[in-house]
Design a protein around this ligand. Structure first.
Ligand code: AHR
Length: 657
């Protein structure tokens, strides 16, 4: 029988009464040996991986509403269309003409602009945003443009819904014959996910336009070139240990020409050079020919984001290799100077004094204090001897000048096999700091690999589980789902990461973000549309682990037994023992947590993620279908009876002395 003192403040609503009176003689015993705490757990253990895939940056985290604001897409009028008027005979015609030009541009890195020639006053043209523009009732949007005039002195900006109903408007005026930036704020009076922006010119002549922007005023921390609030909030709530950016294969590019170059992403946004996004036409089943990178979200903003959400920055840099799944183009060893200098200069940009050239730019952009960069990834998902050769060049230069910076290296695209093994052999020999492993595998693989790191060499390089996600169907399948099965299998696996926190230093689910109308890759942690967002089941597993990471490993048994997966840690800051238990079984399991070497005192905080249906998913309609539920458990002795729900993840934070 249940002892009376088992749960004094128990949320009965959560735990059905039918459980009380169950015989617990067969209860699983979870033995936690707090008398022998192990190694320290890295304080950046559970972090996030950001890549501009699935419209994660432009059209997502970076809330610019105008697509192709600088007319630099391959087809320079992508996203823009003229408003048609009608002749007396009913023939449709525009009242002017859009002419893309490069003479006397705004600047050399942004050479194209549009000349809007007005033949009949009232000439209009519009931009439909990234699959529409999301605007909210009562919200303000900063409309701005660089303008040079050949006559007209004003331009009207009208935000409408798909039927042409006006939702808000504003006017720019006072144009002169030289390029100058003008802005006004427009308030919208209706919430609309698929609005568009139409510009009207009411005088004959022409206007040259560039960097035409409609940007929410209410961004994260109210920054002018800020980030989308709801999405940053979801990231902030994770309390991530680190932020890996900017990817992913986007670092590599399909060819070296479109690799990620951080120097093109800092400074004045009007000077940042737009390039194609490598996910543009990657998948035949999900082509996105209008996917480019404006770099409005660039390296400064990434560092700032990391700081805002309390995460250590982890930039990944191109090592002279384009994606090995695409062109595999490789810079010759004697051509690596530029790449290596990019890495050295990045350290200066992040950490250097404001008197240094790159530190000065950081200060001019608004952040004189250093960003405390401690690690850099050399290459993304590379493999093979060419990679090792290039790493050696980087390591020689970086270690000579910045021994304080840890280097992250890749173990290729898969979690095992020849490429993986040979990568690890090399990294051991070269005494690499941290090795980035990727696994986009089945849920079963995650369940079977919870002991993966138990036998890893404790004296070799550390591990970064840099990209992982359980694939419900198959890697890159468009039918993949984010469901409770994928999430709970990741949770089981993560107990293995945590138990091996002396070897596994960092881990991040990937990819992070996906626009519901513009994605290329599934599954993803967070889904969003033009207005709303939600965390998937997988997101909440990440959250539960990241919010409950301890500081020191505590031995626990069993850790993988008949569908029960466990880990334990000590939080030396709060004097709590943290026990995580994943019950991957369709039935409720009664268990006892038995503590050795620690005296519990008082109320334990319990967080439960639970759903009997492995197919359950969160969605826009039901964003909280599977989300963590908190409760309190009065712990009176070293033997703590607990109830693990069917298919559940439970975290106990037990105060100890
Ligand atoms: O996360 C999606 C992609 O998967 C990443 O860009 C790449 O590193 C991996 O292949």
């Amino acid at each position: 029988m249940l002892k009376k003192n088992w749960f004094s403040i128990l949320l009965f609503a959560l735990f059905p009464v039918c459980l009380f009176g169950q015989n617990h003689e067969n209860a699983a015993v979870i033995s936690v040996d707090a008398a022998h705490p192990g190694a320290a757990i890295s304080q950046s253990m559970f972090g996030i991986f950001f890549e501009d895939i699935n419209f994660g940056a432009d059209g997502g985290l970076y809330p610019e509403l105008v697509k192709n604001r600088s007319f630099e897409f391959q087809e320079p009028l992508t996203g823009w269309k003229e408003v048609m008027g009608f002749s007396s005979k009913g023939i449709a015609f525009p009242k002017g003409e859009l002419d893309v030009r490069t003479q006397d541009p705004l600047n050399q890195t942004n050479p194209h602009y549009v000349r809007a020639r007005v033949y009949d006053p009232g000439y209009g043209f519009w931009n439909g945003g990234f699959r529409g523009m999301g605007v909210e009732s009562g919200a303000e949007y900063r409309f701005s443009a660089y303008v040079r005039s050949g006559g007209p002195k004003t331009m009207r900006a009208v935000i409408t819904d798909g039927n042409g109903r006006e939702l808000g408007s504003g006017k720019l005026e006072g144009f002169g014959a030289d390029w100058k930036r003008y802005e006004t704020v427009i308030r919208t009076n209706v919430t609309e996910p698929h609005a568009k922006l139409t510009l009207f010119i009411d005088e004959k002549g022409y206007l040259d336009l560039d960097m035409v922007s409609l940007f929410p005023v209410d961004t994260w921390k109210h920054r002018e070139n800020g980030l989308r609030k709801d999405l940053v909030q979801l990231l902030y709530d994770l309390h991530p240990g680190f932020l890996r950016f900017p990817g992913g294969c986007i670092v590599e590019g399909r060819t070296l020409v479109n690799r990620y170059r951080w120097k093109n992403t800092v400074g004045d946004i009007a000077q940042r050079k737009t390039i194609i996004n490598r996910w543009n036409l990657e998948f035949d089943q999900r082509p996105a020919p209008d996917y480019f990178q404006s770099f409005g979200l660039g390296f400064y903003e990434y560092f700032q984001l990391a700081e805002d959400i309390g995460a250590r920055p982890l930039p990944i840099l191109n090592c002279g290799m384009a994606c090995q799944f695409n062109s595999s183009e490789t810079a010759a060893l004697n051509e690596l100077d530029e790449y290596v200098h990019d890495a050295l200069d990045l350290i200066e940009f992040a950490n250097g004094p404001v008197t240094s050239p790159w530190g000065k730019l950081r200060a001019q952009m608004g952040h004189p204090a250093p960003f405390h960069l401690e690690m850099i990834g050399v290459g993304n998902e590379q493999w093979g001897p060419r990679y090792v050769d290039r790493y050696k060049v980087f390591a020689a230069a970086l270690k000579a000048q910045h021994p304080e910076i840890n280097l992250v290296v890749a173990a290729g695209p898969s979690p095992s096999g020849e490429l993986f093994d040979s990568a690890w052999n090399n990294w051991r020999q070269l005494k690499a700091n941290i090795v980035d492993e990727h696994y986009y595998m089945s849920p079963e693989w995650f369940l079977e690999n919870t002991s993966r790191y138990d036998q890893y060499d404790r004296s070799g390089p550390k591990v970064f589980a840099g990209e992982y996600a359980a694939q419900s169907v198959a890697t890159t399948s468009a039918d993949n789902r984010n469901n409770w099965k994928t999430a709970i299998s990741e949770a089981a696996f993560m107990t293995g990461l945590e138990r091996n926190g002396d070897v596994v230093q960092m881990a991040s689910y990937a990819p992070l973000l996906a626009h519901v109308d513009a994605w290329q890759w599934k599954p993803d942690a967070i889904w969003f549309d033009n207005l709303y967002s939600y965390g998937t089941t997988d997101y909440y597993v990440q959250k539960v682990f990241a919010n409950n990471a301890g500081t020191r490993i505590v031995p626990v048994t069993p850790h993988a037994d008949g569908g029960l997966y466990t880990s334990a840690s000590l939080d030396e800051r709060t004097h709590e023992l943290i026990v995580k238990a994943v019950n991957y079984s369709p039935t409720v399991r009664l268990a006892e947590i038995r503590l050795n070497g620690a005296n519990p005192s008082g109320m334990a905080k319990v967080t439960t993620l639970e759903c009997a249906d492995l197919k359950a998913e969160n969605s826009f309609e039901h964003p909280m279908a599977v989300t963590p539920v908190g409760s309190i458990l009065d712990v009176k002795s070293r033997v703590i009876p607990v109830r693990l729900g069917a298919y559940s993840v439970t975290v106990y934070r037990i105060p100890v002395h």
